[in-house]
Write a protein that binds this ligand. Structure first.
Ligand code: HPA
Length: 248
């Protein structure tokens, strides 16, 4: 079974034939909402809306540990997350889809690990490749089969939010090598890694990042919402193909 985490613009998965919803509790509290079980083209899928089904949970208040724990407790191996981003690289224009391959984390004060407590030995995880290469390549292949253009690779910069960035912050991120900026990529990816989940992200460019192109003086949020709404149709086309790899 494949898990899909929907972000802004995807609080529901229109292509999912829903069979049931399940409220889960975890040692880390409650996930963002009940897990929705169903199927896409006869492949079993579980869906979770990262910001809640009413889109009420801001990025810094998402219980990432509970979300990933709940999915992991279903004994599944693969998680695909959908995340909206601002485009920093000039070719990452609104509506572009990308499958990032690196992360720089600028968030703070979130719960980053399951390995807490003084009674346990210190545990390190390798995070050289934050995203699962196999899951990334399946997404790229699914995009090809769906005839949807996606950018292969790119560095995702995770900011704290919920405010958007200043133009100077975006300049700094660019100097760091960040191609796209979002607020939810971390600690989600690191927690997935701790749990041994194969995790990759479809990043959906909602807007030019602050200070760039049409966002030179402000980010027009209404425009970003409209871009996301349209782009999610293409994301769904890709998801409909990617489930073929996990058919069981
Ligand atoms: N910055 C941070 N997160 C975002 C943006 C942005 O410009 N657009 C969509 N999510």
């Amino acid at each position: 079974m494949l898990a899909i985490i929907g972000g802004t613009g995807m609080t529901q998965l229109a292509c999912l034939e829903i069979s049931r919803r399940r409220i889960m509790r975890t040692p880390y509290g409650e996930p963002s909402g009940p897990l929705t079980f169903g199927s896409i083209n006869d492949s079993r899928v579980v869906f979770l809306a990262r910001h809640g089904y009413g889109h009420t949970i801001p990025p810094h208040e998402v219980n990432y540990r509970a979300n990933m724990w709940a999915l992991h407790s279903l004994n599944l191996t693969r998680v695909i997350s959908v995340a909206s981003v601002g485009g920093i690289r000039p070719d990452l224009t609104p509506g572009t889809l990308a499958i990032p391959d690196q992360i720089i984390d600028y968030t703070h004060c979130r719960k980053y690990t399951y390995h807490e407590g003084t009674d346990k030995p210190v545990t390190y995880i390798d995070f050289t490749e934050p995203y699962c290469p196999l899951t990334r390549s399946r997404l790229l292949e699914a995009a090809k089969r769906a005839n949807e253009a996606v950018m292969d690779g790119g560095t995702y910069g995770a900011t704290q939010g919920p405010r958007l960035e200043t133009a100077a912050e975006i300049n700094r991120l660019e100097r760091d090598g960040v191609d796209m900026v979002g607020m939810t990529g971390m600690p989600e990816a690191a927690l997935a890694k701790e749990l041994g989940l194969c995790y990759a992200t479809i990043a959906v460019v909602a807007n030019h990042a602050a200070g760039r192109a049409a966002s030179a003086h402000a980010i027009r949020l209404e425009d970003a919402h409209a871009v996301l709404e349209k782009a999610m149709i293409r994301v769904r086309n890709i998801l409909e193909r990617v489930v073929e790899f996990d058919a069981d």
